[in-house]
Design a protein around this ligand. Structure first.
Ligand SMILES: [Zn+2]
Ligand SMILES: [Zn+2]
Length: 320
């Protein structure tokens, strides 16, 4: 582990996993196009899926020297967002961000066998066990219909990349359906990449045409706080209510998961039970934890007899 993320050296080849700064002499693996996993500039060879490349493009990062495959490396679907991959090389599997639960167009990740597993553990404590998708769907459809029948607009909020598309797929049957412009742009790219999502007008166009005055309506928007001018306007002008989707909604400690009028636990990451299951399925002899509850999750794994430790700067001397 270096300041610049995880560095592995195998057979004289340098491979960097989700580096902040790419290494010009190595292979730079970019697991997916969320901002915290994209490099800040080009240099060296970049290995990622074609979808990650295209989404990164849309988000303003043009990858140079990009490849989608490389000998001795296997990119494995990680089920987190469109195009997200884990990386299998030698006996090592790096999860990137991962979800083994099927959600709409996203299939749950299938974990390959490995000796060493480097896994994220965003939700690596037992308070994070998410409800079944079917339950969530029913609960939210009921909530929407309550407001809909009273002529009250509902704004469904989740991260612009990933969650917003899942929300669109789960609740896109409501009509009229509008999108925050940024979500529309991302949904359009998903449609181009072969993910059929319900189409609808962006908020600027809908507003200009006076369509938002005709209530009720449903809108999919990025996660925003109640203080955001856009949400304030939607509330004061149209009386909209907000429903926020986040894995953090499960927590009693992290209030940022419950900033909307209604907060629904829905995540693009494994929950605690799924993380444990995934680790067991990998058959790994050694597990390194990164992101989230690294200490707590490693401790839990050790308790159930799996050799695990958090991955910290310079903690990897035995591994490189
Ligand atoms: Zn992510
Ligand atoms: Zn992440």
């Amino acid at each position: 582990m270096t300041k610049n993320g995880i560095l592995c050296e195998i057979n004289g080849k340098k491979i960097l996993l989700d580096p902040k700064t790419t290494d010009s002499s190595g292979v730079n693996f970019v697991s997916h196009a969320h901002a915290d996993h994209l490099p800040s500039k080009n240099g060296g060879q970049i290995l990622s899926s074609i979808e990650t490349n295209q989404i990164a493009n849309l988000r303003g990062f043009k990858m140079q020297n990009h490849v989608t495959s490389l000998e001795e490396f296997s990119l494995v679907d990680s089920g987190h967002i469109l195009g997200s991959k884990g990386l299998l090389f030698d006996d090592v599997f790096y999860t990137g961000d991962i979800c083994t639960r099927e959600r709409g167009f996203l299939q749950g990740a299938k974990i390959p066998k490995c000796k060493t597993l480097i896994t994220e553990c965003t939700f690596g404590t037992s308070e994070f066990v998410f409800p079944k998708l079917e339950e969530t769907k029913n609960q939210v459809n009921e909530l929407i219909s309550q407001f809909y029948s009273k002529g009250i607009p509902v704004i469904l909020m989740g991260y612009q990349l990933g969650k917003a598309q899942t929300i669109t797929q789960l609740f896109g049957h409501w009509s009229p359906l509008y999108f925050h412009d940024s979500v529309k742009q991302m949904n359009d790219l998903h449609n181009q990449l072969g993910v059929p999502l319900s189409q609808g007008m962006g908020h600027t166009e809908a507003k200009d045409k006076g369509l938002l005055d005709k209530k009720p309506w449903i809108m999919v928007a990025p996660m925003m706080s109640e203080k955001n001018p856009f949400i304030r306007e939607m509330k004061s002008k149209y009386g909209a209510v907000t429903v926020g989707f986040s894995g953090w909604a499960k927590s009693t400690k992290f209030s940022f998961g419950r900033r909307a009028d209604y907060s629904i636990p829905l995540s693009d990451h494994c929950d605690f039970d799924e993380l444990v299951e995934m680790v067991k399925n990998s058959g790994a002899e050694k597990v390194y934890t990164i992101h989230g509850f690294v200490e707590e999750f490693a401790q839990h794994l050790r308790k159930i007899g799996i050799d695990a430790q958090p991955l910290r700067e310079n903690s990897l001397d035995d591994f490189i």
